[in-house]
Design a protein around this ligand. Structure first.
Ligand code: GTP
Ligand code: MG
Length: 138
């Protein structure tokens, strides 16, 4: 089975949507094998999203990710990376399929409620950015 890194973003934690979002993951067959609530600094958010450093929205993205607590989690299941991205929906909620997390909860392309790793290499890197091996209980 595969693992992926998920983040419930500040717009969602502020609106008390953690449970509803976790229900979507579990209904899709994704198991939450690690989870913690943390408040990132802007510098930490900048390191996490360093691939976007040259994008015009980078500063805004880092500010947003540090604006309130997030819930970081490891999701496990068959094809977890692709399955999670399917449950999340498109980056822009206006384009997200009905029933997806972003269609139901996201506020805008920036404040879009969840993050999910996009490939096996990034999943491994992002999981180890937030979690020690002993914190993941499969
Ligand atoms: P993540 O799972 O968060 O990585 O989303 P994604 O893979 O669907 O999108 P991408 O990696 O292209 O962008 C990362 C994040 O940057 C998005 O989830 C948004 O929060 C933010 N972002 C992307 N495009 C824009 C934009 O045009 N404006 C703003 N403000 N934020 C953006
Ligand atoms: Mg991405």
């Amino acid at each position: 089975t595969e693992r992926t890194l998920s983040i419930i973003k500040p717009d969602a934690t502020k609106r008390n949507l953690t449970g509803k979002i976790n229900a979507k993951f579990e209904e899709a067959g994704l198991r939450i094998v690690a989870q913690k609530r943390i408040h990132l600094t802007k510098a930490q958010a900048g390191i996490f999203y360093k691939v976007h450093a040259e994008r015009p929205f980078y500063d805004e993205l880092c500010e947003f990710m540090a604006s309130a607590p997030v819930v970081v989690q490891v999701l496990e299941g068959e094809g977890a990376i692709a399955k999670n991205r399917e449950v999340m929906g498109a980056t822009n909620p206006a384009d997200a399929a009905p029933g997806t997390i972003r269609a139901e909860f996201a506020e805008s392309v920036g404040e879009n409620s969840v993050h999910g790793s996009d490939a096996p290499e990034t999943a491994a890197e992002e999981i180890s950015f937030f979690f020690a091996g002993l914190e993941i209980v499969g």
